[in-house]
Design a binder for this molecule. Sequence first.
Ligand SMILES: Cc1cc2nc3c(=O)[nH]c(=O)nc-3n(C[C@H](O)[C@H](O)[C@H](O)COP(=O)(O)OP(=O)(O)OC[C@H]3O[C@@H](n4cnc5c(N)ncnc54)[C@H](O)[C@@H]3O)c2cc1C
Ligand SMILES: *[C@@H]1O[C@H](CO)[C@@H](O)[C@H](O)[C@H]1NC(C)=O
Ligand SMILES: *[C@@H]1O[C@H](CO)[C@@H](O)[C@H](O)[C@H]1NC(C)=O
Ligand SMILES: *[C@@H]1O[C@H](CO)[C@@H](O)[C@H](O)[C@H]1NC(C)=O
Ligand SMILES: *[C@@H]1O[C@H](CO)[C@@H](O)[C@H](O)[C@H]1NC(C)=O
Ligand SMILES: *[C@@H]1O[C@H](CO)[C@@H](O)[C@H](O)[C@H]1NC(C)=O
Ligand SMILES: *[C@@H]1O[C@H](CO)[C@@H](O)[C@H](O)[C@H]1NC(C)=O
Ligand SMILES: *[C@@H]1O[C@H](CO)[C@@H](O)[C@H](O)[C@H]1NC(C)=O
Ligand SMILES: *[C@@H]1O[C@H](CO)[C@@H](O)[C@H](O)[C@H]1NC(C)=O
Ligand SMILES: *[C@@H]1O[C@H](CO)[C@@H](O)[C@H](O)[C@H]1NC(C)=O
Ligand SMILES: *[C@@H]1O[C@H](CO)[C@@H](O)[C@H](O)[C@H]1NC(C)=O
Ligand SMILES: *[C@@H]1O[C@H](CO)[C@@H](O)[C@H](O)[C@H]1NC(C)=O
Ligand SMILES: *[C@@H]1O[C@H](CO)[C@@H](O)[C@H](O)[C@H]1NC(C)=O
Length: 588
Amino acid sequence: MLVHAFLSIALATLIRESAGKITASVGEVNQTYDFVVVGGGTAGLVIANRLTEEDFTVLVLEAGGDHSQDMNITIPFFCQNAAPFTEYDWNYTTVPQNNLENRELVYPRGFLLGGSSSINYMAYTRASKEDWDLFETETGDGGWSWDAIQKYIFRNEKLTPPADHRNVRGEINPAIHGHHGVNKDSLPGFIDSFDTMVIQVSNELPEIFPYNSDPNGPVNLGLGWDLGTMFNGSRSSSATSYLAPQFASRQNLDVLIGARVTKILPSPNSTDQRPNFSVVEFLHNGDDLSVQTVTASKEIILSAGSINTPVILLHSGIGDTSELLAMNITPIVNASSVGKNLTDHPIVGNTWLVNSTETYERFTRNATKLAELVEEWNNSRTGPLVDTVVNQLAWLRLPDIDPAEDPSAGPDSAHFELLFANGVILTAPPAEGNFMGISAALVTPTSRGTVTINSTNPLDPPLINPNFLDTKFDKNAMRSAVLAARNFAAAPVFSDYIISSTTNSTTDAEIDAYIQSMAESVFHPVSTAKMSPADAEYGVVDPDLKVKGVTGLRIVDASVLPHIPAAHPQAVVYIFAERGSDLIKESW
Ligand SMILES: Cc1cc2nc3c(=O)[nH]c(=O)nc-3n(C[C@H](O)[C@H](O)[C@H](O)COP(=O)(O)OP(=O)(O)OC[C@H]3O[C@@H](n4cnc5c(N)ncnc54)[C@H](O)[C@@H]3O)c2cc1C
Ligand SMILES: *[C@@H]1O[C@H](CO)[C@@H](O)[C@H](O)[C@H]1NC(C)=O
Ligand SMILES: *[C@@H]1O[C@H](CO)[C@@H](O)[C@H](O)[C@H]1NC(C)=O
Ligand SMILES: *[C@@H]1O[C@H](CO)[C@@H](O)[C@H](O)[C@H]1NC(C)=O
Ligand SMILES: *[C@@H]1O[C@H](CO)[C@@H](O)[C@H](O)[C@H]1NC(C)=O
Ligand SMILES: *[C@@H]1O[C@H](CO)[C@@H](O)[C@H](O)[C@H]1NC(C)=O
Ligand SMILES: *[C@@H]1O[C@H](CO)[C@@H](O)[C@H](O)[C@H]1NC(C)=O
Ligand SMILES: *[C@@H]1O[C@H](CO)[C@@H](O)[C@H](O)[C@H]1NC(C)=O
Ligand SMILES: *[C@@H]1O[C@H](CO)[C@@H](O)[C@H](O)[C@H]1NC(C)=O
Ligand SMILES: *[C@@H]1O[C@H](CO)[C@@H](O)[C@H](O)[C@H]1NC(C)=O
Ligand SMILES: *[C@@H]1O[C@H](CO)[C@@H](O)[C@H](O)[C@H]1NC(C)=O
Ligand SMILES: *[C@@H]1O[C@H](CO)[C@@H](O)[C@H](O)[C@H]1NC(C)=O
Ligand SMILES: *[C@@H]1O[C@H](CO)[C@@H](O)[C@H](O)[C@H]1NC(C)=O
């Protein structure tokens, strides 16, 4: 008995001393840390990992839970099941979109460790050299240029073999990829005749759809393979990589899940004339939602993403003074750019009925077959579920664009993107038929939107307005992208494959109407707390990611991007977070 009690005490001490944990209990976290990271998402977990390499204590507050082992998160093909309106989602929708028949669009955001990297479609696309060099121009900081960020690419990326271990010569240039980084990626791991047909178009129509043997180089234009943040047929998120057990167990790192941050407060002890942010208020879902606080003795890092970072800033009095006063929130600093300049990629699906039985419909419409494939995935990490729903992407430019009106980052950067799918995706397939999908996305939108709060209650959903297709350029470019998808489908390789199109819109007006009724978001919101030169009047953070007008506060997530890259943004967010970690370390 005595021995048993002694052992329990020894064990309890051992557990307490091996601090460093993922916990759902507020009683297990300390009152003060060097750094408090708000949001355990894509960027937040990079910061937590890199800062705890040093002798700093770090607390991550994450509103969602730990779901890294759930099949709808781990199985790449089930990325479609992860959101919207699931336990992994913030369940947001947009306000009615004026240019899209006033539809309210779904707007998923990851509500779990890993954030949106745990629910996204895993495309790993770095953006072009020109896009990065534009970040330098926009911020006046050479540290954000393509050449300067190369080392951060290699810290983040670990290229791994595809699940089928095939020879990938010609599909990728390993020399330009990281092989020793933290987050794993790989090429698709289940290849069939549809993949071969898509690539064949680059031989048949090389002028329009040239083959790019590695779109992650300085020039991303052309048709190429879609590298994904996956390993051995499973998702690699910031939760499975940067918060892998060997990092989560660090003595100086605590991660509290179920902790929803409502606002941040300046220190009452500040000696500087600028407000010095150091207190984080949150509600913990295990504790009757009573308000808790924790103090950062060095800095608070906001990594709540492009929607919730501006929401937290506004509730904390960091926003446009007159807008805050109108909401009865006491302004602390007039940061009039907070929530402005929201930029996102619109996308529209195009579908053809095809003469094949080898499309996704063979298992998306057959529960028995799907169960067999899950079994196969479980046993050997093989079969069609090892891939997301898209294996190739094409990055393309509008022909004959007036350079004076060109919103792209330069002549080697895309205006629009085509995404190829071997079947109907995102919705249940029709009762009959087999399909092919080519989605078209506008990647240099000129429309700008907003995100703002709708009440003083931090638990109320925000008003999200990406303001899609608000400009003539965007409307015309989207129509050109749809026409390019049709040109692709008209390639000889599909002549005996396609039976018919599922839409018969032909005139510009009909195509525009089709787009208005079908367009959705690719879920790439950025720039709602944008970075600008230190002395610029607009913008929320300076080139060191410090919030202007205050101390003790940085933002590291997609909200700071100075413009939307012509790319799926997660790789850019990882790279920003790797450099952001270095900037924070340099300050302390
Ligand atoms: C469905 C979907 C598909 C996508 N597909 C791709 C793709 O294929 N390729 C690609 O490159 N990009 C893709 N993206 C975009 C990409 O995933 C995001 O741009 C990127 O992950 C954003 O990272 P972040 O760190 O800014 O935010 P997030 O990763 O979203 O992290 C924010 C974190 O903060 C937490 N949080 C928010 N508010 C609070 C609060 N008040 N208190 C505590 N915690 C809070 C959230 O729960 C979340 O964990 C996709 C996004 C979605 C939603
Ligand atoms: C996965 O998602 C599917 C589709 O939404 C759902 O039917 C299923 O219950 C989910 N599985 C789990 C284990 O949550
Ligand atoms: C979103 O909805 C799901 C399903 O109702 C729920 O489980 C989840 O908690 C919701 N997310 C948030 C942030 O409330
Ligand atoms: C929390 O506080 C205890 C007691 O002071 C300390 O031993 C531990 O290292 C702290 N944990 C972290 C992650 O800072
Ligand atoms: C302010 O100073 C007091 C007294 O030194 C200290 O107890 C408290 O933690 C400080 N508050 C913050 C937010 O730093
Ligand atoms: C802000 O307060 C923290 C302690 O909470 C302190 O370490 C830091 O030096 C202060 N910064 C400024 C600029 O006063
Ligand atoms: C806040 O800043 C904006 C932009 O600089 C300016 O137009 C506005 O007048 C300022 N508001 C106040 C109350 O100072
Ligand atoms: C939006 O971004 C542009 C370009 O960086 C900038 O000129 C403008 O001032 C920004 N708008 C706001 C409200 O911050
Ligand atoms: C489908 O292809 C088969 C041969 O592979 C052919 O016999 C049949 O007529 C085709 N069906 C249609 C609708 O084109
Ligand atoms: C569904 O899949 C099962 C198992 O592979 C197969 O036996 C059956 O024929 C399929 N049903 C249809 C309608 O294709
Ligand atoms: C990949 O997954 C399979 C099936 O779980 C497992 O047997 C194998 O060891 C894994 N390979 C690697 C490299 O992790
Ligand atoms: C915003 O608040 C108004 C007034 O309370 C409410 O009617 C509306 O539904 C809210 N909008 C959203 C998106 O929650
Ligand atoms: C084709 O156009 C006709 C007449 O406008 C319409 O009734 C029909 O639904 C359209 N078919 C498709 C597949 O869109």
